[in-house]
Ligand binder design. Structure first.
Ligand SMILES: Cc1cc2nc3c(=O)[nH]c(=O)nc-3n(C[C@H](O)[C@H](O)[C@H](O)COP(=O)(O)OP(=O)(O)OC[C@H]3O[C@@H](n4cnc5c(N)ncnc54)[C@H](O)[C@@H]3O)c2cc1C
Length: 401
């Protein structure tokens, strides 16, 4: 693998790092203490600056106004942006819109692309992805109760979803529904675009997550679909291909997520080392002189480096052998990086003592919100089992001495 960063990417990353340091990190104290909606005008202003710098939507198609960076390039961008919880949102490459943009680009009709994809890439509207149900296991999504039944030219949708991230303030949801109950388990579901102002799209609540319900982009909603009627032309891709399309959201999206987590690790690590170097714990003694703290610094540095290399390797595998062949690596990075991130954030919090528990640094925010990384996008255990099954298969019939 070649780790050389091109001159073009060095310039882009330098500009992004500077922007994150000068424009976004100073906004965080307000972000941590004020309702998100009250900050939308400030966010809009920052987004305008990003567009002026021609760094908007780094991973999205040029045709729709993005930079169309390749997988490796955007991986590095995602790492830089991960240093602030505002990074991806301000640069127009935030989840779940990023995944929705990918599948609209790949599977959307011309009409869907003009109506939904173009304004989405432009940042004029937001969207959400509504798959997980309250009563059934998200880890086994073929078990799904939400249905869409054809009636005239429409689909009528009924069901209860939750953890529809960022539904509050979204223009539309891409909803996973059972359309073909008689088909095989992986061909029963479809994705349908549902404008959120459709009667029967009921946002019940923003779910409090670790004590914070949040609002607007920074929230996770419970949605009740009650006789929610949309035209059949809102079907995304072929009927019954919901899981096939869902697979498309995975590979590259996982690289972006994991590199965002590495960015979070870098930020927490910086804060940890700086605090250890500053904090006096005895006359003429800094916290950094204690070997146990040095041990955490050494371990975290090595863990971050190892995790980062794993992600870059997985990205390289996707680019060289394709998503299908790289499935083992794509699963491995999910649980490795999520756990490294949790450890690094935890060490950073511990080094900050009581301060770490407050919202006077960004660490407690990361501690609350990033615990979910071990659950969403496939729980750790599911990925470990999937990796193990692949490995066991590779060993089948081999004589090992
Ligand atoms: C912050 C956050 C944001 C999210 N955003 C979205 C979103 O935008 N859209 C959306 O549709 N969903 C979203 N989700 C939902 C997420 O995808 C699900 O929570 C996830 O798939 C797990 O499903 P579940 O919660 O039903 O847990 P379950 O499936 O009930 O699993 C519970 C636990 O059981 C264990 N487990 C599960 N399966 C196995 C197995 N085969 N072997 C061993 N152990 C197992 C795991 O430890 C797992 O954590 C989000 C979740 C969170 C926390």
């Amino acid at each position: 693998m070649d780790f050389t960063i091109s001159e073009k990417m060095k310039t882009i990353l330098g500009m992004i790092d500077e922007f994150v340091d000068k424009e976004l990190i100073p906004l965080e104290p307000e972000f941590l203490t004020k309702p998100a909606r009250s900050l939308l005008p400030v966010f809009e202003e920052k987004r305008r600056m990003v567009k002026q710098m021609e760094l908007w939507a780094p991973n999205h198609p040029k045709e729709y106004g993005g930079m169309e960076l390749n997988l490796m390039e955007h991986a590095l961008v995602s790492e830089s942006l991960g240093r602030s919880p505002l990074g991806h949102f301000i640069f127009g490459c935030q989840a779940p819109d990023a995944g929705n943009i990918e599948i609209l680009d790949q599977f959307g009709s011309d009409e869907q692309k003009e109506k939904y994809l173009r304004p989405l890439v432009d940042g004029k509207i937001r969207s959400c992805f509504s798959m997980t149900e309250v009563e059934l296991p998200g880890s086994n999504p073929v078990m799904m109760d939400t249905t869409a039944v054809k009636d005239g030219d429409d689909y009528v949708i009924n069901g209860q979803k939750w953890y529809t991230s960022s539904a509050d303030g979204s223009e539309f949801a891409i909803v996973m529904v059972v359309t073909n109950p008689e088909a095989g388990p992986y061909l029963q579901a479809s994705m349908i675009i549902v404008p959120t102002d459709t009667p029967g799209f009921n946002l019940v609540r923003n779910i409090p997550v670790m004590g914070h319900a949040g609002e607007d982009y920074f929230s996770h909603a419970e949605i009740l679909y009650q006789n929610c009627r949309v035209p059949q032309k809102n079907l995304l891709g072929p009927e019954g291909h919901g899981f096939v399309i869902a697979q498309e959201r995975l590979g590259p999206g996982r690289i972006h997520h994991c590199m965002r987590w590495i960015g979070i690790c870098n930020r927490a690590f910086d804060l940890m080392v700086a605090r250890a170097g500053d904090r006096i714990i005895a006359p003429n003694r800094k916290l950094a002189t204690k070997q146990i703290i040095q041990s955490w610094i050494g371990e975290c540095a090595a863990d971050i480096q190892a995790a980062r290399l794993m992600v870059l390797h997985a990205a390289w595998r996707i680019e060289t052998v394709g998503k299908k062949e790289a499935r083992k690596e794509i699963s491995m990075i999910k649980f490795v990086v999520a756990n490294v991130m949790q450890k690094v954030i935890d060490c950073a919090l511990q080094v900050h003592g009581g301060l770490g528990m407050t919202d006077d640094t960004i660490i407690a925010f990361y501690y609350r919100h990033e615990r979910a990384a071990r659950i969403y996008d496939g729980a750790d255990e599911v990925h470990k089992i999937s990796v193990a099954k692949r490995i066991l298969k590779e060993y089948e019939g081999k004589k090992i001495r």
